[in-house]
Ligand binder design. Structure first.
Ligand SMILES: [Zn+2]
Length: 257
């Protein structure tokens, strides 16, 4: 049987998360000098350490997908294959290696997806204003920490960038094959998961985009596009339901040729 090679369809999607500038009487880290990461405890902040038994906020329906095909299936990673991730360890803030590992472990606990630490990368997605890496770099997720002097898209109130490529070839569905995360270390992010303005919270939000979640206009959810000191620092009810639904997309169907 002759197989016709189809042009690979690649689409790049990139989102950012920004500091919320004004939210119901509270102001962002950037505009308020005495917030918790400078030593003033925030009694409403999430616990410093992840508590899997903490009650979830929001509605399970409160999620959205980056792209959905005509059949209603969202662009998703192949749930039947472990997903490798690489970290630019030269850019890691102190203590952040454990936070990166925990973010992937959390998603595994929620969805059953398997992530494999794939070693180091020198990549900083978006450095010098460059477009995100082409998939020929290798399928997987690339994580780095940087600042606006290196990644222009981190300028202003942007805390992090997350995006992905998906392809409709060789599989017939919209399969995500490359994801990138860049966290802005020039912003006042707390270590771990101490608040919505933490390294862990931003990493997790951006991983949501990498996996196929879009922003949702619901401030109780981590995929809300603006981070706040008192906002969630981990996936909530709607976020989690969305992540599980992305797994339901199934394994790649063979392309028709
Ligand atoms: Zn976002």
């Amino acid at each position: 049987m002759q197989v016709r090679r189809r042009a690979r369809l690649l689409l790049r999607v990139l989102f950012d998360i920004r500091v919320e500038q004004v939210v119901a009487g509270e102001t962002s880290a950037r505009y308020q000098g005495s917030v918790n990461w400078k030593g003033v405890p925030d009694p409403t902040a999430a616990p410093a350490h992840y508590n899997p038994d903490a009650p979830l906020t929001g509605d399970a329906a409160s999620h959205a997908f980056v792209s959905v095909d005509a059949a209603g299936t969202p662009a998703h990673w192949d749930p039947c294959t472990p997903i490798p991730y690489c970290v630019n360890t030269a850019t890691l803030p102190d203590g952040a290696a454990a936070t990166v590992a925990e973010v992937f472990a959390r998603v595994s606990a929620i969805t059953g997806a398997t992530f494999v630490a794939g070693g180091e990368t020198a990549l900083i997605a978006g450095a010098g204003g460059a477009s995100l890496p082409a998939p020929d770099r290798g399928e997987g997720i690339y994580v780095a920490f940087s600042d606006p002097t290196i990644v222009p898209d981190l300028a202003g109130t942007v805390l992090g960038l997350g995006g992905h490529y998906f392809s409709s070839w060789p599989s017939a569905d919209m399969r995500i094959i490359v994801g990138t995360i860049v966290v802005d270390t020039s912003d006042p992010l707390a270590p771990g998961f101490t608040s919505g303005l933490s390294i862990g919270g931003v990493l997790e939000h951006e991983l949501g985009h990498v996996l196929g979640l879009a922003h949702i206009d619901d401030p109780t959810q981590l995929m809300y596009p603006h981070a706040r000191p008192t906002g969630p620092s981990t996936f909530q009810a709607g976020d989690r339901a969305g992540l599980v639904a992305l797994q339901a997309g199934g394994c790649p169907a063979p392309a028709v040729s």
